[in-house]
Design a binder for this molecule. Structure first.
Ligand SMILES: Cc1ncc(C[n+]2csc(CCOP(=O)(O)OP(=O)(O)O)c2C)c(N)n1
Ligand SMILES: [Mg+2]
Length: 215
């Protein structure tokens, strides 16, 4: 049975005082993801609203070690971190359970700019969770169209409405034969939580797309 919102753990990885807009669905989704992942994780972020919201050291709003990376490298940077951790464990320099390595990337960074490195990491089946939080546009820079913007949508670069349909990104990821692909939405927090818990316990590449419309 799906976890109910009342059963979600108390743990908070997204801290108060963050810079998100009030009611930001992507930040709410990240809060649920944090409850599922717990503190033993390393977060990678590409330029996005979530980076703008995270604040600055020493007052980071996300309670994990966080690495800001360039747009094109969410897949490859996470691959590097995950392999480094495995080697450290092999050499006995890291005890206990390996942290979950996860990329937290917008739709622009996933569908368009970071697609190549994501595809390559998926093809290698590197051990990570790649989250695409999908607000269906390049929101942080003023709402330009992305490959995830639905047909007909008005954005600053499609003032007459976007002519093309959105990419089927989850299907593209399935075609990589990775062990886990899921779609979720911030509207169903218990379902999102369950999917992240499941992904956390599967070795290899996991792709989770979260619809979090914010415009
Ligand atoms: C290579 C590169 N191109 C453009 C930018 C400018 N930029 C910063 S955030 C952003 C929008 C990102 O969109 P998305 O990944 O969907 O995340 P969202 O802002 O919607 O949360 C852009 C275009 C950048 N930082 N680096
Ligand atoms: Mg976006």
């Amino acid at each position: 049975m799906t976890t109910s919102i009342k059963q979600l753990p108390d743990i908070e990885q997204v801290l108060s005082g963050n810079g998100a807009c009030g009611g930001c669905p992507a930040t709410m989704a990240l809060r649920i993801v944090g409850k599922a992942l717990g503190p033993n994780a390393i977060m990678l972020l590409t330029p996005s609203c979530s980076v703008a919201s995270m604040g600055m050291t020493p007052r980071l709003a996300y309670n994990w070690p966080c690495i800001n990376i360039t747009f094109a490298t969410a897949g490859s940077s996470a691959s590097g971190i995950t392999h480094a951790l495995e080697i450290m464990q092999e050499k006995g320099r890291l005890q206990g359970e390996l942290p979950t390595v996860f990329s937290w990337v917008g739709d622009g960074g996933t569908y368009d700019i970071g697609f190549q490195a994501l595809s390559a990491a998926a093809e290698r089946n590197d051990n990570m969770i790649f989250f695409c939080y999908n607000n269906e546009a390049y929101s942080n820079t003023g709402v330009q169209r992305s490959g995830a913007t639905p047909r007909g949508s008005f954005t600053t670069t499609t003032p007459a409405g976007k002519r093309q349909p959105k990419k089927n990104m989850a299907l593209l990821m399935l075609e990589h034969n990775i062990p886990y692909v899921a779609t979720a939405t911030v509207a169903y927090p218990g379902d999102l939580y369950d999917k992240v818990v499941k992904a956390k316990n599967i070795p290899g590449m996991k792709y989770i797309e979260i619809l979090a419309p914010a415009i």
